[in-house]
Design a protein around this ligand. Structure first.
Ligand code: FAD
Length: 515
């Protein structure tokens, strides 16, 4: 079923509202007190927030330890599943703990995280394929080089389930295990908005959520697990933490940092809020909460990206390391000199859809079912792509300096002729001149896979406060406070969901009920 924009906005509004609260200064200093709750509307041993891989793995594990688990999910069923549902669903599966720990430490180089957390992660990570196989997965292993092969340890393998090249299989496997093979419960369209904490003991006792515009109170007899993903669709947090004027998810627009804000409101410490898997530049339909992706790789080559000042600023076809590019011996995020436009010519327009139809993951493709027109005529008619007979006119229409744009394109065309992009070293096979009118420009935005920052967690998946003490009965897993502090290894987020989901499931289930 396709969700209308109106109902989607209604569903997200609650989350966005709770996430922003008018800015950081407006975050509530305290959560609701248990004695303020007149009536509990529902209860479970473990209350899990979010139905992505992290939330599902937490709930499944808690259930297997004999504890009833209830998942509260913000999105309607048709849109639920977070980034996990629309992701590639491949996971990094190291074969050797020592090697993986060495590599993980190198990934965190310059932004260290406690050794204990890294070591526990990879003590378990080597068993993830076994766990999934026990749950009914049919895995095949693809051997690859690590994303940073020059780092000590390197990475070894990425696994996918056999059917459908991984696409939606892992999420479906977890869903099947939670709801068909086990009796985990879920309440869709029920965003959590606040944690209920006893100030005397500091214990988290439940959650305030919203359903159909009403507040409801959910008791967590043992613990709450935050698995609400990152802040991919919270523009205020993106500005505050990622140093970008804006950014848009390729994945779930329901991830608006709610869990992070809820944890902050009760004193959680945060780590590496500035780290993200991204950005890279992609088209966004004006007004939409999500951007196209995965990466921009159209069939034609007669295109470049230009910055605010109408010059090129990067190798547009560089296969970034999840948004990071080499820079004088280190890796930095791709710069974002906004507004950025993709400029192309008639030859490129006729070469085929800018976003090919055979993509198999990302929100626009899987959930919105958007199909780019063969020759971009629909997108031009909508005014999303600007057309002009000359480059000068094009520059005027998009508010850039006409002379600079002409110079930029002429330099580009010369590089194409020479087969050498001395400025940014774009692959000559992916270079073609921009010379056939009319000319086109589309605004491109920074788009990202996911954010990595959030509440600091320890090796037991407990959320830590600013004194680095566990907040009693509060756990977390997944990309909400993932352990990737700077460099990211592809497959690493799903791996972390599964490992820390399992740890959180065991930890929450082992808590003694407070009632
Ligand atoms: C296009 C794309 C491809 C990717 N490919 C890969 C890959 O192949 N391998 C890999 O390792 N990683 C990949 N990633 C990253 C990875 O998918 C995510 O980091 C991971 O799935 C996050 O899982 P999660 O459970 O932490 O969060 P999510 O899967 O995002 O789930 C969070 C859930 O919480 C819900 N939620 C949000 N707020 C609330 C609230 N207030 N109350 C209740 N529920 C709430 C959301 O609706 C959502 O369902 C990809 C990401 C994208 C976008």
């Amino acid at each position: 079923m396709k969700i209308s924009r109106r109902s989607f906005l209604k569903a997200t509004a609650a989350g966005i509202g709770s996430a922003t609260l008018g800015g950081l200064g407006a975050v509530k200093a305290e959560a609701t007190q248990p004695d303020q709750v007149k009536k509990w509307d529902d209860e479970a041993g473990v209350v899990v927030l979010g139905i992505g891989a992290a939330g599902l793995m937490t709930a499944i594990t808690a259930y297997d330890q004999g504890t009833d688990a209830l998942i509260l999910e913000k999105a309607p069923k048709e849109h639920a599943g977070g980034n996990t549902r629309v992701s590639g669903q491949g996971y990094w599966c190291p074969a050797d703990t020592d090697n993986a720990v060495e590599y993980q430490k190198a990934l965190s180089d310059g932004f260290p995280i406690p050794d204990e957390v890294t070591e526990v992660f990879h003590k378990h990570s080597i068993h993830v394929t076994e766990w999934l196989t026990e749950m009914g997965a049919d895995m095949r292993t693809i051997q690859t080089k690590g994303e940073y092969p020059e780092f000590p340890g390197g990475a070894e393998y990425v696994c996918w389930s056999k059917k459908g090249n991984g696409y939606q299989r892992l999420w479906l496997l977890l869903m099947e295990n939670a709801f068909e093979k086990r009796k985990v419960r879920v309440r869709y369209e029920t965003p959590a908005v606040e944690l209920i904490r006893d100030v005397k003991t500091g214990e988290v006792r439940g959650v305030v959520a919203e359903n159909k515009g009403k507040k409801i109170y959910i008791k967590a007899k043992k613990a709450v697990a935050l698995c609400t993903g990152g802040f991919e669709n919270n523009q205020e947090m993106i500005r505050d933490y990622l140093g970008m004027p804006c950014g848009y998810p390729k994945g779930s627009p329901y991830n608006t940092g709610d869990g992070i804000r809820m944890a902050m409101a009760i004193g959680a410490d945060l780590w590496h809020m500035d780290n993200q898997a991204g950005p890279d530049f992609n088209f966004r339909i004006p007004g939409k909460d999500w951007a196209f992706g995965y990466s921009f790789s159209p069939p034609g080559h007669n295109w470049i990206w230009i910055a605010k000042d109408a010059t090129r600023f990067t190798n547009e076809t560089y296969f970034t390391k999840h948004g990071k590019i080499p820079f004088h011996g280190i890796y930095i995020p791709v710069p974002t000199p906004l507004p950025v436009h993709c400029v192309f010519d008639e030859t490129m327009r006729k070469s085929g859809p800018l976003y090919p139809h055979e993509y198999f993951f990302c929100w626009w493709h899987d959930m919105e079912k958007y199909k780019w027109s063969e020759d971009s005529s629909y997108e031009i008619e909508q005014g999303w792509i600007i057309r002009a007979d000359t480059l000068k006119e094009l520059a005027e229409k998009i508010g850039k300096d006409p002379d600079t744009l002409e110079k930029t394109v002429s330099a580009w065309n010369k590089s194409c002729e020479e087969g050498n992009d001395s400025e940014f070293e774009r692959d000559p096979k992916r270079m073609a001149p921009i010379q056939t009118p009319p000319f086109y420009a589309a605004e491109f935005v920074p788009a990202f896979t996911n954010t990595q920052g959030g509440p600091r967690r320890n090796s037991k998946a407990q959320v830590l406060d600013t004194n680095r003490e566990p907040i009693p009965r509060l756990y977390s897993a997944g990309e909400l406070g993932a352990l990737y502090s700077w460099h990211y290894q592809g497959g690493g987020n799903i791996l972390e969901c599964l490992v820390f989901g399992r740890i959180a499931g065991e930890g929450t289930a082992a808590e003694k009920p407070w009632v």
